[in-house]
Design a protein around this ligand. Sequence first.
Ligand SMILES: [Fe+2]
Length: 354
Amino acid sequence: MRKVSIENVECGTKIAKNVISSDGTVLLAAGMLMQNEYKRRLNANGITDLFIEDDISSGIEIPDVVKQEIRTEAKALIKDMVNKTTIPVNINSSKVLELVEKIIESILSNDQIIFSLSDIRSVDDYTFEHSINVCIISLIIGMSIDLDENKLKELGVGSLLHDIGKLFINDEILKKPDKLTFDEFEQIKKHSVYGFDILKSNNDIAMSSAYIALGHHERVDGSGYPMKLKGDNIHQSARIVAIADVYDALTSERVYRTRQKPHEVVDYIVSLSGKQFDEELVNAFVRCIAHYPIGSGVVLSSNERGIVTRFNKSIPNRPVVRVVIDENGEMLVKHKELDLSENNSLYIVDVWEM
Ligand SMILES: [Fe+2]
C-alpha cells in the first residue's frame, strides 16, 4: 500500500486502510474502490490523503505505531474532557493513565520502535490528533533514552495533556488564520502556566507531568517561554515534549499554513540542536523518527523514483526503496528493491508526490 493525496487517486483504485472520521465512524472501508462521491465525502471531513493498494505498492505494509482503536479511544477521551470543561477543570486521571499504559504497550509491541507519520489526519481534528501524536513521539524518545516505567507513564500523561491550558484561551485567537498580534500571542503564551495550574492541582497527576505543561515552550538557549529557562533548568520531560510538539505541529496541515515534509522538519530540528533543543534528546529523536515514511515516494540521486518499503533503524535517512520508475522516467515492469544502507553512492534527493 502507499499514501497518496486524494486528488491523485483515480476512480476504481482500491482503498487499503479504513478511513475514520473525527467521531470514530468509518467513512470508507479497506477494500472499497474509489468513486468521485467518496472523494467529496472525504473532502467534507477535512481529509486530504488516504492509503491505496496498487501494482507498484503491493505487498508494502504500513505499520501503525499505535493501534487505530487506541487512537480513537484517546481522541474521544480528550474531546470529552475538553467539551465538559468546568472550573476547576476535572481531569479523569485514572482514565488518562489507563490510556497512556495502553499506548506504551502498543508502542512496545512493535518490533521496530520508530515513528512514522502513517496515520490519516483530518484538519478539523488537529487539537486531538496533535495531543496523541505528541504523546506517542515523546514516549518513543523516552524509551530510546531508557526512561524507567514510572517516568515513561508521567511523560505520557504530561505529553497527552501538554496543551490542556489552551482550554482557557479564547477560541478566536487559537483558530485565527492570520498572523497573531503581539497581545494575542501574549494571551496564547499563558496556556503553559494555565496548564501547569490545572495539572498540579490534581493530586493523582505527578508534578513532572505538570512541569511538561509548564515547560514545553521553553528552549534550552533561554529563548522560550514562560520563564526563559535554560538547559537543565527545564525539566527533561518538557525538553522531550518540546521536540515532539514542534515536529508534529510542522508536519500537520493547518488552516493558516500547509504542512512540511517529515525529513525537512527533522533537518530543521537538527539545525536547532544545542540551541533551542537539547542536543542529546535531538540525537535520540533522530534515531527513532522515520525521515521518509513507509509508503511515501522518493526521488533518488540516480533520478530513479520509488516507494519506501522499510526503515533502516541504524540509518533512518537511508531506507529500503522499491524503484518503480527508471532514470529515464520509464515505468519499470519489474520493480527492484534498493537498500540505501548498502548503496552508499545513492541517496534521496527529493520527495516524489505520487
Ligand atoms: Fe503548547
